[in-house]
Design a protein around this ligand. Sequence first.
Ligand code: DC
Length: 245
Amino acid sequence: MLAMRAMGSRPKISCPFTVPLYKRRMNARPIIIAVDGLAATGKGTIARRLAAHWDFAYLDTGALYRAVGVAVLQAGGDPTDAQAAQKAATALNPASVQALMEDPALRMPAASDAASKVAAIQGVRDALLKFQKDFAAHPPAGKKGAVLDGRDIGTVIAPDAMIKIFVEASPTIRAHRRFLELQGRGENVTEAAVLADMAERDARDASRATAPTKPTDDAIILDTSDLTADQAFEKAAQIVEDTLK
Ligand code: DC
């Protein structure tokens, strides 16, 4: 069984130097914050806010898989078709990734489903690997650090990330959050259907042979079930602060 570190139990790092670790690292390798977790745990909001707070670059890696899934659907293909999915992943242009992130089509339930299917294909993951690793190693716009959110940031993309946060929440709460989000966008869905879709996607994301969603031994678990978005961010920010000082 994985020895997961719970929130708050991280050993305090006593700093023998007068200059904080954060400042000593300013000219060194970028500070990488890995934020992993299943859908609707709040990891996206947390990661975005951490990046804004520390002025780090931010990458929503789920959007890459969503873009591949949507590209396959738009071409009339099947997201479980490894050849079609790999072709779409290879064609993804890093220069257009930032614009892609804002595309509302990526947030639709069909995109979530397609993304989860293409994400289980090794060739797709391989095609997206370099872009993500490069982003972490060389954050754009000369930023001193990068926050990446996804499923395999701590395990595959940036196993040496300085900070790893694995965000969790109960399935019913996650489904409720996603239901409200979809309803707010005018989608005609029921909460039961959202819960069922989510359970199917969770099972696929967590049990797939390639890069299954799971925390590493050195990840800090942050359960957001009973937290507001602000509280979740504050806890995550505290984890980062504790590590950087
Ligand atoms: O985080 P999200 O819901 O936007 O992710 C969409 C899908 O992409 C999700 O079902 C799992 C997959 N994914 C992945 O396999 N690895 C990542 N680093 C990010 C997302």
